[in-house]
Design a protein around this ligand. Structure first.
Ligand code: OGA
Ligand code: MN
Length: 295
């Protein structure tokens, strides 16, 4: 397996390894896992992808999420990001499916709004538009390491509130349905996620984050906005231009990503699997200590 660095200080393309190798071979998995811990975003090109291979690969990294209510693929291990309607035609720009792809165009990390956050997401290109539709990544690990020491120390003991309804409300009122809002109450996480393998901290931020525990609403939001702006400033990202056969996986603990727009009349179909973080991934201690636990 060859590792070809891609982005400004993170991201790598892996050559000489297939998803099926990782699914079926411990040594291949270990090599890819080590690259994942180090590079945060991994690109596999020229893959023969189908749902079974993608899921078998994904399962190596931990337990797959079950797709939440309100998303296409609900109840399965797949999130279907599609702008094709049931009749096979591309849906109009104001259709719910299009608006949902717009919400993915805000800088975010996947599943920070869930009770169990995600370790990694694995995204495969199935039908790609001719223009645009890239996915862009930044390293929140490098962003954390660029902060001045006093702020970094303060953030290590700070917690932010995340909610799905919040990120969706930025796109359109009511984009999160009552079912989704009820299923996904706000959750609170540490603002720095330490990688247990290499000890490096990363800002844990997202479009889902709306407030900082113990700060007034406006000040907390201003802090989140300021940190997001610093993490995503021009020149810091890796822009993935999708080709047929591409699979990209990323570390939700140490990156943010966003989709880029494409012409509404061109269809796009991507399939995502998402792996929940476990104790080995450093999730223990990410939650807000309860008052009882603090005593
Ligand atoms: C995702 C996501 C962006 C894209 O799959 O989690 O944010 O470009 N995708 O499809
Ligand atoms: Mn996403």
């Amino acid at each position: 397996m060859d590792v070809i660095p891609l982005g400004p200080g993170f991201g790598a393309e892996l050559r000489g390894v297939t998803l099926a190798d990782v699914a079926g071979n411990d040594a291949a998995y270990s090599a890819v896992r080590a690259a994942f811990e180090e590079y945060s975003v991994l690109v596999f090109r020229g893959q023969q992808v189908n749902d079974d291979i993608q899921l078998a690969f994904s399962r190596r990294f931990g337990p797959p999420e079950v797709t939440k209510v309100g998303s296409m693929g609900t109840g399965s291990h797949f999130v279907i990001l599609s702008t094709f309607g049931p009749n096979g035609k591309v849906v109009p720009a104001d259709h719910r499916q299009s608006l949902r792809s717009k919400a993915n165009q805000l800088w975010h990390t996947d599943s920070s709004f869930k009770r169990v956050p995600a370790l990694t997401s694995i995204l495969s290109a199935r039908i790609i538009p001719e223009h645009g539709g890239e996915t862009e990544f930044v390293s929140t690990r490098l962003a954390f390491e660029r902060l001045d020491k006093a702020l970094a120390e303060r953030l290590e003991s700070s917690f932010a509130w995340h909610s799905y309804a919040h990120s969706r409300s930025q796109i359109a009122a009511g984009l999160a349905t009552p079912d989704e809002v009820n299923a996904l109450p706000p959750v609170c996480w540490r603002m720095v996620w330490r990688n247990p393998v290499n000890g490096r901290g990363a800002l844990y931020l997202a479009s889902h984050a709306y407030g900082v525990e113990g700060m007034d609403e406006a000040a907390g939001k201003a802090l989140i906005d300021e940190l997001t702006a610093a993490a995503t400033a021009p020149g810091l990202g890796y822009l993935h231009q999708w080709r047929q056969g591409d699979v990209v996986m990323w570390d939700n603990r140490a990156t943010m990503h966003r989709g880029r727009p494409w012409p509404a009349h061109e269809g796009r179909l991507m399939i995502r699997t998402t792996i929940s973080a476990t104790e080995a991934d450093g999730v223990a201690g990410m939650g807000l200590p309860s008052p009882q636990a603090a005593e």
